[in-house]
Design a protein around this ligand. Structure first.
Ligand code: AMP
Ligand code: MG
Length: 481
């Protein structure tokens, strides 16, 4: 049967060095394990008419839609501070789906075979890692945080060799685009000036059309990307999300959370929390995320210099003025965000001490970040616990005093900003284990359905809120490569 998705391919109007046409490598016996029907509908993809066999063929890349023009994108990136040539080594973009509202979304297969950018890799992905990306990205979406989405997971029927033999799988993900800071680094470092100009024009047209008439487009573009990244990191900090590999190739130009790898949520509050097995120095620890975002934006500014001003000296000066505003802007927005978690509508500089005292107390007492805010939201605390101690009670008096003028508004803000449910590491692992070792998708589906309503503090789901003692001791996450 002929299948078309009404795909567009605007990215392929860019110079051909920015991508490589390549087809997915067919897999042995694809089998659909997850399909996000709601997302498919939002995208205007009519998938309900297909049987499982067709869907499995489509989402494994064994059959691409008639109007797909599969390709891998070229990009570079700073990985743990080191500049490297990268590119989609195991991802293939089928095309851009234009929604009924006219927004372009990339539809990309991840784990679909080798590409010219695979280097030594096999181009494949394994089931547990793809289910993890599906679960966490969907959780982020329902938490209200900009993110790539997950449309489908297919098992390939082929083994993937990692530290042990695993089930091969392919994830279909959807993003506003896969333009990265690393795409700009690639254009700047490996090609003539025109590539950078073209990429900049393309990115503005696709993601920041309001800048088309800006006086200094490159500078305005840089500032707009910086703003979106700022907002994004603030949201990560709000829910305790740790991306785990904030390399510049994983930082998206439209400002979405992308390239989920060893990401995880923090339980006990500690800014140095890091779970990724390869991040031994804690470069990408929870509390370092704003500093890394700032550093990564420096790489973007540096790539854009020739477009900011003809003379490097001038360009540097202009760019520096912008980027130097990041730390203060972050502090302001961070305090606003933490204020909202505490039910404060308009924070004052003096609120910083209230927030800092709470965080300091949480760290000293290894208090769970999410649950502490949930208890505040409920105004109800577990008995005979750290919340019974005089130091916490002393803080509570100050806090209540601060919000007493408008408790109703405070309650509303706290309900909106403090999730009752986040993907708890031990539950994520249980769900992934059941799925990949026993073919049992039930725990995964149950967890996913709880995470689709993260702010509804309903009773009877305490299992998804409790955190076993020392559950994070030695907990490690992996890149899934
Ligand atoms: P990531 O950590 O997923 O952002 O990947 C970093 C880089 O490694 C990207 O260029 C990926 O395409 C590439 N890569 C990761 N895993 C594989 C693999 N199994 N085969 C080929 N390339 C890979
Ligand atoms: Mg990446």
């Amino acid at each position: 049967m002929e299948i078309t998705w009404n795909l567009e391919h605007t990215y392929q109007q860019l110079p051909s060095a920015l991508f490589s046409p390549i087809h997915p490598t067919p897999v042995k016996s694809p089998q659909l394990v997850l399909l996000n029907q709601r997302l498919a509908q939002d995208l205007g993809l009519d998938l309900e008419k297909h049987d499982d066999q067709t869907l499995s063929a489509l989402f494994s890349g064994n059959q691409v839609p008639q109007d797909a023009q599969p390709m891998a994108q070229a990009y570079a990136g700073h990985q743990f501070g080191q500049f490297t040539m990268l590119g989609d080594g195991r991802a293939i973009l089928l095309g851009e789906k234009v929604t009924p509202e006219g927004v372009h979304y990339d539809i990309q297969l991840k784990g679909s075979g080798r590409t010219p950018y695979s280097r030594g890799g096999d181009g494949r992905a394994h089931l547990s890692a793809m289910l993890r990306e599906y679960l966490i990205s969907e959780a982020m979406h329902y938490l209200g945080i900009p993110t790539s989405r997950s449309l489908a997971v297919v098992i390939t029927g082929e083994p993937v060799y990692r530290e042990k033999v695993r089930h091969g799988a392919i994830l279909t993900r959807v993003a506003q685009s896969h333009l990265r800071v690393g795409t700009f680094e690639y254009a700047r470092n490996f090609h003539e000036g025109q590539y950078l100009k073209d990429l900049l024009q393309y990115s503005i047209a696709r993601h920041y059309p309001e800048l088309e008439k800006a006086e200094n487009q490159a500078l305005s573009f840089f500032e707009a990307v910086m703003n979106r990244q700022l907002d994004l990191i603030i949201q990560w900090m709000r829910v305790g999300f740790i991306h785990g590999v904030m390399n510049t190739d994983n930082m998206s130009i439209p400002g979405e959370t992308i390239d989920y790898g060893p990401c995880a949520f923090m339980n006990a509050y500690d800014p140095m929390t890091v779970f990724s097995s390869i991040d031994s120095q804690g470069r990408y620890a929870y509390g370092n995320q704003p500093f890394v975002a700032h550093w990564n934006l420096g790489c973007l500014a540096s790539a854009l210099l020739p477009e900011i001003a003809p003379k490097t000296e001038d360009a540097l000066k202009i760019a520096r003025e912008s980027i130097d505003r990041f730390p203060a802007a972050y502090e302001t927005r961070w305090l606003e965000m933490m204020g909202q978690k505490l039910g404060i509508e308009k924070t004052k500089p003096s609120d910083k001490a209230l927030v800092d005292d709470l965080l300091h107390w949480m760290k000293s007492n290894q208090a769970d970040y999410t649950n502490t805010f949930l208890y505040l939201r409920r105004n109800k605390f577990p008995e005979e616990s750290i919340y019974d101690k005089p130091d916490f009670k002393g803080w509570l008096i100050l806090w209540k005093d601060r919000i007493s003028a408008d408790w109703k508004k405070a309650q509303e803000l706290m309900d909106q900003n403090n999730p009752a449910f986040i993907p708890r590491n031990h539950l994520v692992e249980e769900a992934l284990d059941a799925a990949s070792n026993n073919g049992d998708m039930k725990p995964f589906q149950e967890l996913l359905s709880v995470l689709q309503k993260p702010y509804a503090d309903v009773q009877g789901l305490e299992k998804y809120q409790e955190v076993p003692v020392e559950v994070d001791k030695g907990y490690q996450t992996f890149c899934g490569t």
